[in-house]
Write a protein that binds this ligand. Structure first.
Ligand SMILES: [Zn+2]
Length: 439
C-alpha cells in the first residue's frame, strides 16, 4: 500500500454479454459481422493489461467475458490478468442479470456461480461485489451477505438516510435477516466525468475535478471512482493512455496514492462508517427508479416508445419461472446447489442425452435469457436477438431431456407474449422481427 495522505480507487466495470448459444443444433444461428469480443479486447483490455493500468485499477471482470480471455489474449497477458485479478478483482454474478428481478433461489444460483467461477479462474475469493447495472434490493443484499461478501459497490443516489452525501463513505446496511453488509457508493461527479467527460488531458482532469473534491474528504476516506472499463480505448479511442497517465503521473504528482479496493478497510477509521438505507430497485444508469429503463417506457428511451420491453421481459421471465417448476418436479430440492456448482458446464453445454445435465442446462440458458442488455437499449434489434436464442437453447435442452411437449407449449407462450411487443423503429411486432429464433 503506498504511503500517501490521500487515496484514489480507480474502479472499472468490465463486461461483455454472451454472444453465442452453445447448443450444437443452434450452431450458426448467431453470426456477427464484427467479432466484438476480439475488437474490444484489442482496443481496450489488452492495452490496459500491457500498459500496466489494470495493475493500478480495481475491477470486476464478468465471467461471460473473462471465460473468453484465454482465446483472445496471448499467454503472457492471460497470466498477467489472472494475477492482477487475484489481488485487485471484485466479484460478479457470472451473468449480467438484474438481480432484484429474480426470486431468491435464482439470486443464490447466480451469486454462488459467480463466486465459484471467480475461484476457478483467479484462485481467490472476492470480498466486494459489483451488481449488474448496480441494481439492488434488500433480498439480493441478504444473499450476498450469506455468501460471505463484505460489501457492494453502488451509486451514491442509491443510498438514503444520511446527514450528507453518501459518495465515498462506507455505509452499513442492516438487513432483515439480522446480517449486515457494506455499501460503497462511488464519487458521482468524478465517475461520471471519467465516463463521459473530456479525456484529452489527465493533468487538467485531476486538477479541475479530482483534487478539489478529494481535498474535501477526511484523510482516511479514499475517493472511489467506478466507470465502464470499455471507455478506455474502445468507447473513447486512446483513453487508455489518458487513464494510464492519470494513475501513473497526474495523481501521484499531486500526492494522491492509487489504492486497491481490497485494501480499503485498512485505511478507514471507525468514525468513517455511517448507517444508511438502500433505495431498492435503483441502478447507476437510470435515475428514474424501479429499474424502469429495463422494463418498459422510460424517459431514458429518448423519444422511442419502450413499451415493447414490458412484453419482452414478461415473456422471458414467465419462461424462466416455468423452467424452475419443471426442475422442482423432475430433480427434487437440491438442483439449485447442483446448478451453482456446475454452472460453467451447464451454460456451455452443447447438448446430450444426459437428462439431468440437459435440465440444468435448460435452467442455465433460461437465466442467460434474462441478461439485461436487450432492454437497456431503445432498439430491440441492438441486442434483443441473443436472449431469444438463449430461450431457444433452453427449449433444445428440454427436448434433449425428453420434454418435447412442454418445450412446444413454452415456445407458444413465448411467441404469444412477444407478439404484443412493437418495435418502435419498424412498427413490426417482436415475433416478426425475431422470427428466425424460433424456426
Ligand atoms: Zn430511465
Amino acid at each position: 500500500m503506498p504511503n500517501c495522505e490521500k487515496f484514489f480507487v480507480a474502479g472499472q466495470n468490465i463486461y461483455q454479454p454472451p454472444r453465442q448459444p452453445a447448443h450444437n443444433r443452434l450452431e450458426g444461428k448467431s453470426t456477427q459481422e464484427v467479432d466484438w469480443n476480439l475488437k474490444i479486447t484489442r482496443e481496450c483490455y489488452s492495452p490496459q493489461i500491457r500498459e500496466g493500468t489494470l495493475d493500478l485499477a480495481s475491477f470486476d471482470f464478468y465471467a461471460t467475458i473473462r471465460k473468453m480471455m484465454p482465446s483472445l489474449l496471448n499467454q503472457e497477458e492471460t497470466t498477467h490478468l489472472k494475477e492482477t485479478m487475484r489481488s485487485r478483482g471484485v466479484g460478479d454474478s457470472f451473468l449480467h442479470v438484474l438481480l432484484p428481478d429474480l426470486d431468491k433461489r435464482d439470486k443464490e444460483i447466480l451469486i454462488k456461480a459467480g463466486q465459484n467461477a471467480f475461484k476457478e479462474d483467479v484462485g481467490a475469493t472476492p470480498q466486494w461485489f459489483w451488481p449488474p447495472e448496480s441494481a439492488l434490493d434488500n433480498a439480493t443484499l441478504e444473499v450476498l451477505a450469506e455468501a460471505g461478501y463484505l460489501g457492494v459497490l453502488c451509486a451514491p443516489e442509491q443510498i438514503s438516510g444520511l446527514d450528507g452525501p453518501a459518495d465515498n463513505h462506507p455505509i452499513i446496511l442492516d438487513l432483515e435477516n439480522g446480517n449486515h453488509i457494506l455499501a460503497l457508493p462511488f464519487d458521482r461527479p468524478v465517475s461520471s466525468e471519467l465516463g463521459n467527460g473530456d479525456k484529452s488531458n489527465a493533468d487538467k482532469f485531476a486538477e479541475k475535478l479530482i483534487i478539489p473534491r478529494i481535498k474535501d474528504l477526511t484523510p482516511s476516506l479514499p475517493m472511489i471512482s467506478w466507470t465502464d472499463g470499455e471507455t478506455f480505448g474502445h468507447h473513447v479511442p486512446f483513453a487508455n493512455l489518458f487513464i494510464n497517465y492519470l494513475l501513473t503521473v497526474s495523481l501521484p504528482n499531486a500526492g494522491i496514492g492509487i489504492l486497491n479496493i481490497n485494501d480499503i478497510t485498512k485505511v478507514w477509521l471507525t468514525s468513517d462508517y455511517r448507517s444508511g438505507k438502500l433505495n431498492q430497485r435503483t441502478a447507476w444508469s437510470c435515475p428514474h427508479g424501479n429499474l424502469i429503463r429495463w422494463h418498459g417506457a422510460c424517459p431514458c428511451d429518448e423519444g422511442k416508445n419502450g413499451a415493447w420491453k414490458t412484453h419482452y421481459c414478461n415473456a422471458l421471465s414467465d419462461f424462466n419461472q416455468q423452467i424452475t417448476l419443471l426442475l422442482d418436479q423432475e430433480l427434487g430440492k437440491a438442483w439449485p446447489e447442483k446448478l451453482a456448482a456446475n454452472f460453467t458446464q451447464a451454460i456451455y453445454h452443447k447438448g446430450s442425452n444426459n437428462s439431468e445435465m440437459s435440465l440444468l442446462a435448460a435452467k442455465a440458458s433460461s437465466l442467460e435469457a434474462q441478461t439485461s442488455c436487450p432492454t437497456f437499449f431503445n432498439n430491440p434489434l441492438t441486442s434483443g436477438r441473443i436472449n431469444l436464442l438463449f430461450a431457444r437453447q433452453s427449449l433444445e435442452n428440454l427436448k434433449d431431456a425428453g420434454q418435447t411437449l412442454l418445450a412446444k407449449k413454452l415456445q407458444q407462450n413465448l411467441i404469444q407474449e412477444l407478439s404484443k411487443g412493437i418495435d418502435p423503429y419498424s412498427g413490426q411486432d417482436l415475433v416478426t422481427i425475431f422470427a428466425d429464433c424460433f424456426n
